[in-house]
Design a protein. Structure first.
Lengths: 206, 206, 206, 206
DNA sequence: CATGAATGAGTCTTCATTCAT
DNA sequence: TATGAATGAAGACTCATTCAT
């Protein structure tokens, strides 16, 4: 055989096409919405033939799942990278708010995808019960909280509860921002929310 | 007139059929998901012919919008009713957490509908930019917070920010609960979250 | 029985409703075209309920047939009336051209109905093989030609052939005029056609 | 390129399928009438799947338009070919009558299609105001008349008017023949009409 | 006679997926 | 591997007709 179909070069080419398709999924879904996105558009965007898509993914559903998992993993890695430079866990936690918003909104269509689209398919949850897109992301957030607690820079709070609060609240305002076509004072609201979370609802002294 | 199309009897019958269809929409959507729900199933569930649906709603989209608006209004009214008996604004706010969960989860499929399905259509936001399903609900929550501030039972917090926190967090855990088929310790988590929110993240004395 | 349901008054009322429906058919069809015309619109135009239509006509098809037959009979009677005053058969024949156009185009939507719509249903010809809408009209035209021949005012021509020529040609240009939204020099073309028909294609002396 | 979508073979196959669909349109429409013809029957007649039809035509309407345009062009070409051998313009014109009938009636369903069906859609005239199916055909007829005039074989008549007379009359008797299921003496009537047209209605000497 | 709400069969069109090349 | 033409099932919506009142 003159050429090895498992050669590094071929594998890389294969992998690049796979990624091209996934990028096309994310871009197209974000623009058109989940159910208006069809294979033919994805194929066109990825510069491959329609049939080719099925050489890399078993079905449309699988393709979407994989695309989002990849996306979430990427985003989490970026987040970790960004927080690496912060010295204390407290600083990391503080920056988490900012970076989360930056990471999600730097490409608005991804915010739409995460905040709105990805939730739309109970089909997914039925077919893929193990599908927990935000799991790692939240786990990481929770670890930051635990670290901050350990270094005594924040109170001895329920870190799981806090991670839900932070993630849920952020997710909600990001969704608002996305569905309102960016007409929502995202950063300002983030700051106001952060302030509330730090201080709690009780009056000091109570 | 022998055949009065506006007679009380006829009007009541029409209204009851209209509501039957809307109930069928909500139930079916919650079970099957938005895009797997087709008119024929709704009609069957509502015990009417397919064509009949179009005597009451102009299109599938309109039907879904109306169904949710009705649902949201109903839920808000129930909530207000339940909180009526509470004496102080502080008590109302405290109970809001519980009642929100009760109201939403008493019919699990409605939780699914609100938490997951309703977000799935950027089409809706495009077609009906004024569509803000949670607006009244959040506005009411915010008024509760303002009242509690006024009676000095809670700190002088940013009530808009707080309402986003509460609603976003509740929404997130309700979604978790719904997509995980109720395998999520909803009430317990709610209590833990409530506790965190009361106290904030800062150490007392800071 | 206090009142006789076959009394002249009742019968007249019945007949008037029947005619109202038929008028509505003709008007609506002419405006919207045959297949875009539905019973509900006809009923609205005729100021009756949808179901009422079926008290007067067995089906939509029958209704259309009857409406056109009525229309054709009316038009033919008008035509005869108008020609009554002409003295010679030759004059009648001459005027026939003008009056045909006047009668047909005085209400443009009727021209459309006759020229375009009525031909559109081979269904009609299958279901009602005896349906020959123009039969009486052409028979009358032919009789005019025969009369003119008898009084020696025109040549001894083939009157059946002539009637087809006249009717076919008129029908064609009326159709042109109708489908082109009246942007067709109808009267001028009629005069030019009439002139040709009088003289024939051969050179004098041939 | 291993899979050349523009290879002669592939293109030929595509073109043949396109023509098969158009033939199916014409045949089915002629048999069933325009509005009783549905895509599924056309697809069956053309031996393709329903969806395939939409790979070749954007919509049902477009399909019908294109089918007729193709048909009219084909017929006109056949007509021109047949008349090519005639020496004088006068002969061509004389033969036009015969050939028109032959061309149209050789496939009876096409006569039905041209004479009856194609007129049935004011929709078409609205959507495609430029749609003038018989334009080229009549223009050609008119040019024959002009040529005959030029060679002095017929009188100096109004050629536009004559072309309307010939076409209108032919169209009318062909329609009669078609809707009466061929029970109409077409050729005989054509001869009688032709004779009248040659001589005109006036008495010689007038 | 009159009504108009209800019916449900019928149709165009879309699109995920397959498969011959 | 890659292609894209072909497939055909599915689904929203329309409308002639019926029938309980």
């Amino acid at each position: 055989m003159a050429y090895n179909k498992n050669s590094a070069k071929v594998l890389a080419k294969k992998e690049s096409k796979r990624r091209a398709i996934m990028q096309a999924v994310i871009k197209t879904v974000a623009e058109k919405g989940f159910h208006k996105t069809n294979i033919s558009e994805i194929a066109k965007e990825a510069n491959v033939a329609e049939g080719t898509v099925y050489l890399y993914f078993k079905s449309k559903d699988e393709m979407f799942i994989k695309a989002f998992e990849e996306l979430a993993k990427d985003k989490l890695n970026i987040m970790k990278k960004m927080l690496e430079n912060e010295e204390s866990a407290f600083d990391k936690l503080s920056k988490f708010f900012d970076y989360h918003i930056i990471v999600i909104t730097e490409t608005p269509y991804i915010a739409r995808f995460i905040g709105v689209e990805i939730r739309q398919s109970p089909q997914f949850y039925k077919k893929f019960p193990e599908y927990q897109p935000f799991k790692d992301y939240i786990a990481y957030l929770q670890s930051l909280i635990d670290d901050a607690k350990a270094e005594k820079s924040i109170a001895d709070v329920d870190s799981e509860a806090v991670s839900y609060i932070i993630f849920g609240t952020m997710d909600y305002i990001l969704t608002e921002w996305a569905v309102k076509n960016q007409n929502f004072p995202l950063t300002e609201m983030k700051n106001r929310i952060e302030k509330v979370l730090r201080q709690g609802l009780l009056k000091r002294g109570n």
